[in-house]
Design a protein around this ligand. Structure first.
Ligand code: MCF
Ligand code: FE
Length: 403
């Protein structure tokens, strides 16, 4: 059992000054430092001035297999980016061996990320994810819009899913990713989601990321048209947005991006208990626009914040992601937005991924960051922690010190 007494604990929107935490694998108690000193005496570790205890961060969306990218992919607009992915995919994937993937996993850990949702396109990141010290929701991706290929594509997906289900450890959750409405045939989607429902598997999908996706799904035209015509001899979108969302009824899903989603689509997302993962840096680099946060708030849709992969980001750091989000939404109240972002990388992200972490509260797993800030702590701490990150002194996952 460990007892840490801090200057402040910040969890789920509340700052507790002069509080401490008692934990082993899970959190046993959160109380005032005075109370804990009187009960536990010399067993208490005094963290001292400027110490802040936070829940470990949860990155709901990353693509680790693309971690070799630095400048290979073309930024600025979605279609040129996608073409550059198609052109350089083999080279990028081959360059990202286990060591490269592990570096990305460790980059996340050093930035305080103690749980992540990894979208795996090929299964090449399986071993590093299984060996990671973090909690991992391992999303096996299903992709392919050609019905003639449906059986082969599903077989390949199933093989990867089963391989991930063979590996068993606490904190590793084999799951399903449906790539997007434009890239997956409904036969495949329905089959995979039936399986997800039967086996109670977690599900994620990209949705309404780019203006090009909006146009293609709505009108079978725009920059996606030549792409699909040339590569896949396809002149119609695989699904409309409405059809796509209808497949996910009764399966609370993490939808990534939704920058171009309509009000009606957001209402369907709200009614079905789905959540949205905001990836502001990726959206900016791929020229996809800015997610409007207001309708999400009005409709009570859980807003998560994720990094996406190094295929559309220069780092895997939720502090950086939150900072960019703060400046990307200049009309939102600064402190409320900071609070919202913090929930989106802790409690709400953990809840959407069905993980027992993301809060400093008794009964939750002891996934904990001990940070040190060099400024006075006040009511604007959630904002200051984003702008002036401080130092992560130690990290615990399920009570084990990993840093
Ligand atoms: O999230 C970004 C942008 N949107 C879509 N896909 C990806 C992203 N980063 C990597 N990807 C992957 C995706 O999982 O790119 C591949 C898929 O396997 C090709 S997209 C047709
Ligand atoms: Fe993504």
């Amino acid at each position: 059992m460990k007892i840490l007494l801090a200057d402040a604990i910040f969890t789920d929107g509340t700052i507790y000054r002069n509080h401490g935490i008692v934990f082993d694998k899970t959190i046993i108690e959160v109380s005032s430092n005075d109370e804990l000193r009187s009960r536990y005496g010399a067993q208490c570790v005094e963290l001292g001035e400027g110490s802040v205890i936070l829940p470990g961060l949860v990155n709901a969306h990353v693509h680790l297999e693309f971690s070799a990218n630095r400048t290979t992919l073309t930024y600025g607009e979605f279609m040129p980016w996608l073409s550059s992915v198609i052109a350089s995919r083999d080279e990028l994937i081959n360059e990202c061996d286990d060591e490269c993937t592990t570096r990305a996993v460790e980059m996340m850990l050093s930035n305080g990320i103690t749980a992540f949702g990894a979208v795996s396109s090929y299964g090449f990141d399986l071993d590093p994810c299984f060996k990671a010290s973090q909690k991992v929701v391992y999303f096996n991706e299903l992709i392919g819009s050609d019905p003639a290929m449906a059986d082969a594509l599903y077989a390949n997906f199933q093989e990867r899913l089963f391989a991930s289900q063979e590996l068993k450890r606490s904190g590793f959750y084999p799951s399903i990713a449906i790539h997007s409405p434009y890239s997956v045939h409904r036969i495949l989607i329905q089959k995979a989601l039936k399986h997800a429902k039967e086996k109670d598997l977690r599900v994620t999908a990209h949705f309404m990321e780019s203006p090009a996706e909006r146009e293609w799904l709505d009108t079978d035209s725009g920059p996606f048209r030549p792409f699909f015509e040339n590569f896949l001899k396809q002149t119609r979108a695989a699904n409309t947005a409405e059809e796509f969302l209808s497949y996910f009824k009764e399966i609370p899903t993490l939808f990534t991006h939704a920058v171009q989603a309509s009000h009606d689509e957001l209402s369907v997302i709200a009614q079905n208990g789905h959540s949205i993962i905001h990836c502001p840096i990726s959206n900016r680099l791929l020229g996809n626009g800015v997610l409007d946060l207001k309708p999400l708030e009005d409709k009570n849709i859980p807003l998560l914040c994720g990094t996406d992969g190094l295929s559309s980001n220069y780092t895997l750091d939720l502090f950086e992601e939150m900072k960019i989000a703060l400046f990307m939404h200049p009309h939102d109240d600064l402190l409320s937005l900071s609070q919202k972002l913090w929930r989106g990388v802790t409690s709400l992200a953990a809840a959407a991924l069905k993980l027992n972490c993301g809060k400093i509260m008794s009964g939750y797993d002891a996934d904990i960051l001990v940070m040190r800030v060099n400024y006075p702590i006040n009511g604007q701490l959630p904002l200051h922690l984003i702008n002036q990150k401080g130092i992560i002194e130690s990290i615990y996952i399920e009570g084990e010190r990993v840093k």
